[in-house]
Design a protein around this ligand. Structure first.
Ligand code: SAJ
Length: 427
């Protein structure tokens, strides 16, 4: 099948890179976002998200005229839905309202022979049970009149542009023709292998990948708790265990954040709670990790944190990204505040609105100057590269807690600091 014009609904972390990548590969792309501020800023050439290389790509696409940004879809050969699928905090159930509205907005423009693709991570059977009936309100029938496929994005924030092109892609069609059309579309830029399957299998593939990672990080986090109990160093133990040819333990840390791994496993738990107890337990382990970090802070600084001054370093959900969604670092900060600690925080990617202004500073030195203790929650390059010499010049604080194991124990000890690492048995 040949494609000339696409409509991409949702210009976020994956929608915008996908739209501009198609545009730079010669397709006419209508980028649709219902947030007027996103439309406005993109039209002025300004990006609302940070991703290496993205600004240049978006600018080139807009300048060439291949990418246009607007609030509503229009008639096209294919529609790609890339809107968020968050979850409700209380019930942990998927909030499919963005997918529903995006699908409804396509209905008036859907034509015979079109391909509709869902990229958003969704509970199993969404394409068949939720999406297809909405699109069929157009009077057209899925399969016979239009093609429908689930093609999950699988890119890693921070490396999106490269992974978009290089990663293998799974294309789940509601039938063979839909899967083949999906392959024709994505083979325009995908260099990785493109595998065809049915839509429910593709939905499961995406959920299984992120659940696999969540469960394995939970295991690493549990190992770090055991290490503290047994007074040994989990980091050293993991390094040695990973020499085994069939073992690859992930890294413990302050918890699991981001919009994907901390959310997606819930879609499986929600869909089949009676048979997903391991997945559920892993979620609870990772969600409880910020509390374990708080316990460590208490051990280091004394049980009463009232009026203790803590400098929180790093707030995003993982290193070198500007994404603060579901961030465990912010969860740790909130727990510290609740305990009465006086908290100041620094993150090189922080921006307005991620946290109450009173806690934030864009100056590292200002945050650590008056602190009693520094706690590192994210392995940002800037924080990894902090040296004892630099810190000595900025503050009298000599107690450090490193939850991501990026500071060299010996270097800091020799410079007169007391460095405590998560999962290092209290030392
Ligand atoms: N983390 C650890 N220990 C580790 C690895 C990660 O604590 O050893 C934490 C990170 O700090 C972060 C969270 O887990 O808080 C998730 O980070 P991540 O780098 O593992 O993954 P994401 O959420 O940025 O991206 C994932 C990727 N999925 C997999 O690697 C299986 C990506 O390929 C997906 O496209 C993305 O989710 C998504 O959009 O679903």
């Amino acid at each position: 099948m040949e494609f000339k014009k696409l409509c991409i609904l949702g210009l976020g972390y994956t929608g915008l890179p996908t739209a501009s990548t198609f545009a730079t590969h010669g397709l006419q792309v209508i980028g649709v976002d219902t947030n007027p501020r996103v439309v406005e800023s993109l039209r002025n050439g300004q990006l609302h998200i940070h991703e290496p290389g993205l600004r240049t790509l978006v600018k080139a696409s807009l300048r060439s005229g291949n990418l246009t940004v607007q609030a509503k879809p229009e008639i096209a050969d294919a529609f790609i839905i890339e809107v968020p699928t968050p979850f409700f905090e209380e019930s942990k159930k998927a909030d499919m309202s963005y997918v529903v509205s995006a699908a409804e907005s396509i209905v008036p423009y859907l034509r015979h022979g079109n391909l509709v693709v869902l990229e958003s991570t969704s509970p199993p059977r969404t394409t068949i049970d939720l999406l297809s009936p909405i699109l069929e309100k157009s009077g057209l029938k899925a399969g016979s009149d239009f093609l429908l496929a689930y093609i999950p994005e699988r890119v890693l924030p921070g490396q999106i542009l490269r992974e978009l092109i290089e990663n293998a892609r799974v294309v789940g069609g509601i039938d063979q023709a839909s899967a083949q059309a999906g392959r024709d579309l994505y083979s325009i830029f995908v260099r990785g292998e493109i595998l065809l399957t049915d839509s429910t299998t593709a939905e499961m593939v995406k959920l299984m990948e992120n659940t696999y990672r969540d469960v394995n990080i939970a295991l690493a986090n549990e190992f770090s708790r055991l290490a503290d109990r047994f007074k040994m160093d989990v980091w050293e133990a993991i390094e040695i265990a990973n020499l085994h040819p069939r073992v690859n333990i992930l890294k413990p840390g302050p918890g699991v954040g981001g919009h994907c791994i901390s959310v997606d496993p819930w879609f499986l738990v929600e869909s089949a709670p009676d048979i997903s107890s391991l997945i559920h337990a892993a979620r609870l382990v990772n969600d409880a990790q910020p509390k374990f970090v708080l316990e460590q802070v208490k051990q280091v600084l004394g049980q009463d944190l009232q009026s203790v001054r803590v400098a929180v370093l790093g707030l995003s959900y993982k290193p070198d990204v500007d994404d603060f969604r579901e961030s465990p670092a912010i969860a740790v900060l909130k727990l510290l505040v609740k305990e009465g600690a006086q908290v100041r925080a620094y993150d090189p990617y922080a921006r307005e609105g991620i946290l109450e202004e009173t806690f934030l500073s864009n100056q590292l030195e200002e945050v650590i100057r008056e602190a009693d203790c520094l706690i590192n929650l994210v392995a940002h390059a800037e924080l990894r590269l902090l040296t004892p010499d630099a810190v000595i010049g900025m503050t009298a604080a000599r107690k450090l807690i490193d939850t991501v194991n990026v500071w060299n124990l010996q270097d800091w000890q020799e410079a007169g600091f007391k460095l405590y690492r998560l999962g290092a048995g209290g030392s």
